[in-house]
Design a protein around this ligand. Structure first.
Ligand SMILES: NC(=O)c1ccc[n+]([C@@H]2O[C@H](COP(=O)([O-])OP(=O)(O)OC[C@H]3O[C@@H](n4cnc5c(N)ncnc54)[C@H](O)[C@@H]3O)[C@@H](O)[C@H]2O)c1
Length: 692
């Protein structure tokens, strides 16, 4: 099969790209297009050209197999230049996605007709690169500077209707976009309209301050990232320089960025997620069909999980023991959907369907007939065991029972049941209807069917679902606990919350440790600490800064004060009372505070996590480093442009990490800092997590 073919429809030459699955701009496509456009030019029977795609989508990007390899001729910008230079008018027929190189190709065509469900965008910056084939200078001529900056630097695609309104698309097609594009081309010919080259269009008027404003906006929203700023540079160049020169400038910046560590990390993140969400040996065909689901416990998590299920079109029976809590949960769900309608996210019919699909109840018996039930009651082994037994009692023998526990042992939870093989962990993150990550937990007795069901359901809910093993805190919370411990130790040794948080933010986390604590509620952290006090080391148990803050009634954002104070808009400010409390706490306990450098803060936070991550791999709790990176990227705000903790570890090098771990051991003792055998082995042989 040829990647590019062409046929004649009347006097229109229709060029068809057929390169499954997404019609990527592979070398064969580029070469095929080059040849086809030359032939169309020479064909006396053809007066106009349509470029369309076979399959589910228009060209949706570059060929990821060519990533990181030397470029193969012809370069996409050369192909696009040839198309744009055609003397005969060229119309792009867009359905599905026109993304990245695909949109650049469409921009090089003289007109664009799009299916009304199509999406158009330049997502390159999310991979640390920029459009390298003239996409930005062309886009800004069609949609104006401001929108072009948003699309290129933000990377978010827009829908066809918005694209039409912005001037990116000339006509929307109702159904058959190829036929509509042919009709459009015929009309052009009938009206005597010829080629309209995007490069020759004037740049629409713009406010000169638009660049500075966008730079500042993206500096705040994409802190530390190079690609969005490079998009600004290219756009700025594109409005002032000669067109060819600005395309050349864009190509140059593309070459620079594609070789940058940020692009490597973002590419890694992309591939890691693909690996991590496909655990070996759990085919989707084995999964139980989920036609009706149950949720038990209508607190914070149960409410969010119920919404996830409803959003995916699954009817939900929501069981709670407390009538008031149940009513509040139902009201939260209804309010969220009313809000979604008000914001235009869903239609009134969808809202109604979702609300009707929710069956709130105080009776376990109502769970009868559910294919899968998620338990989200209090984090207490005895309570959960009773609840699981009550659920099992009313379900069919093959129904799946999932626990949303954060820390408890799935094997112990399942032990008292008649059919422990039906039990898995499904660890959602808060707020459950928003957070992408789902840690599915493989119990020792979980059946492949139960595990496949959890994975398939995660996918259906639009989650990034990663399978992990049983362990205290599974993968994410177990590593976070190591970081948290260091953060509290650093407070008593000499740091203040604002310094620790600033260092983490500067590394790229959206918020620091203590901001996170304030957001989640200090009472939650405190209760968690109390429940494990007997398992803590002497030093950890004695480190009671959190206890003091909670005792003073500061529970975080919800009470307007925690590690910081908050105004009505939840803007935080540093509170000298907290600095005092921390200093006095150290004095009382005879600790001499010292200045702690930013480097030390970052190293202790990251290396404590990485060392724990290495142990998690050694123990098989995570099967692959990709699983850990994916969890941290999607559930804990690890900066994507750094690839995840394990990828980052490889960039630093195991030898260096082990050396620093030994250094901290000399300060704090080996109980806290002992390099894992895996890291030591890597340090010895110069390997890393990804060079196995
Ligand atoms: N809050 C989080 O950030 C978070 C994140 C991930 C996982 N989790 C886990 O999710 C679970 C629930 O946490 P939460 O924050 O939603 O707690 P929550 O206290 O808000 O809700 C728990 C609810 O369960 C109800 N409940 C207790 N026993 C019940 C029973 N026998 N039958 C029916 N309902 C019962 C309670 O009335 C309460 O409404 C816990 O296991 C927790 O560790 C919480």
């Amino acid at each position: 099969m040829q990647a590019v073919s062409s046929t004649l429809s009347g006097n229109i030459r229709v060029i068809i790209i057929d390169n499954p699955p997404v019609n990527a701009t592979s070398q064969a496509v580029r070469a095929g297009l080059m040849q086809a456009i030359e032939q169309a030019g020479a064909d006396a029977a053809a007066q106009a050209v349509v470029i369309a795609c076979a399959g589910a989508t228009f060209v949706a990007g570059a060929d990821i197999k060519e990533f990181g390899k030397p470029p193969l001729d012809p370069h996409l910008s050369v192909v696009i230049h040839a198309i744009e230079s055609s003397a005969k008018p060229v119309v792009a027929a867009i359905h599905g996605n026109a993304l990245g190189g695909g949109l650049e190709l469409a921009l090089g065509c003289h007109y664009r007709v799009a299916d009304r469900r199509a999406r158009l965008g330049l997502p390159e910056s999310t991979l640390g690169i920029i459009p390298g084939a003239g996409g930005i200078p062309r886009l800004l001529r069609l949609v104006g500077v401001e929108r072009a900056l948003d699309m290129a630097a933000g990377g978010k695609p827009i829908g066809a209707a918005e694209a039409r309104e912005a001037g990116l698309v000339d006509e929307l097609a109702q159904d058959d976009v190829r036929a509509a594009a042919i009709t459009f081309a015929e009309r052009l010919l009938a009206q005597g309209r010829g080629a309209r080259r995007t490069r020759e269009l004037p740049v629409p008027a713009f406010d000169p301050g638009v660049f500075d404003a966008a730079r500042a906006r993206f500096q705040a929203s994409h802190r530390g990232q190079l690609a969005p700023q490079a998009c600004m540079d290219v756009a700025q160049h594109g409005v002032s320089a000669d067109f060819d020169e600005s395309v050349a400038h864009g190509r140059e910046r593309f070459r620079e960025l594609v070789a940058s560590p940020q692009a490597a990390a973002l590419r890694h993140a992309f591939f890691a997620e693909r690996v991590a969400t496909k655990p070996a040996g759990l085919p989707a065909e084995d999964a139980a069909p989920v036609r009706k689901a149950g949720v038990v416990g209508a607190g914070t998590m149960g409410t969010g999980i119920a919404m996830c299920l409803l959003n995916a079109g699954i009817p939900v029976t929501l069981v709670e023991q407390n009538e008031k809590v149940l009513a509040a949960s139902v009201e939260t769900i209804r309010k969220t959907y009313r809000n979604d309608v008000a914001k235009g996210r869903i239609g009134e019919d969808t809202r109604e369907a979702r609300c009707n699909a929710l069956a709130p109840t105080l009776e376990y018996g109502a769970l009868r007939g559910c294919d899968l039930v998620v338990e989200a009651v209090f984090e207490d082994m005895d309570v959960k065991r009773q609840v699981l037994a009550a659920i099992e009692e009313v379900l069919e023998p093959d129904a799946i029972i999932a626990s949303n526990t954060s820390f408890l042992d799935i094997d112990a939870l399942a032990a008292g049941l008649r059919r422990p093989e039906n039990v898995v962990g499904m660890h959602f993150f808060s707020p459950a209807h928003i957070m992408k990550l789902l840690e599915n937990v493989r119990g020792a007795r979980s059946s492949p069917r139960a595990l496949a069901s959890a994975q398939a359901l995660g996918k259906r809910l639009g989650k990034v679902a990663v399978m992990v093993g049983v362990s205290d805190g599974f993968v994410g919370n177990r590593m976070l606990a190591r970081r948290t411990r260091e953060c509290y130790f650093m407070l008593e040794e000499g740091a203040l919350p604002e310094q620790v948080d600033r260092v983490l933010r500067e590394f790229g986390f959206p918020m620091g440790q203590f901001q996170l604590n304030d957001l989640a509620g200090l009472d939650v952290a405190w209760r968690n600490r109390q429940s494990r006090l007997h398992r803590l080391s002497e030093r950890e148990a004695a480190c009671d800064i959190l206890d003091e803050i909670v005792a003073s009634g500061r529970l975080g954002q919800k009470t307007g004060a925690g590690f910081y104070t908050y105004d009505e808009k939840r803007n935080r400010s540093v509170d000298p009372a907290i600095s005092d409390l921390i200093v006095r706490n150290a004095e009382r306990r005879g600790i001499r505070r010292r200045a702690i450098s930013d480097d030390e803060i970052l190293e202790r936070c990251l290396y404590a996590m990485i060392n724990e991550g290495a142990r998690i791999l050694e123990e098989g709790v995570a099967s692959r480093p990709e699983d850990i990176d994916t969890i941290w990227l999607n559930g804990y705000g690890f900066p994507r442009f750094r690839g995840g903790p394990m990828f980052h570890a490889d960039q630093v090098g195991a030898a260096r990490i082990c050396e620093r771990i030994r250094h901290y051991a000399s300060q704090a003792g080996e109980a806290y800092w002992t390099p894992s055998p895996l890291l030591l082995a890597q340090a010895r042989d110069g390997s890393g997590f990804y060079s196995r």
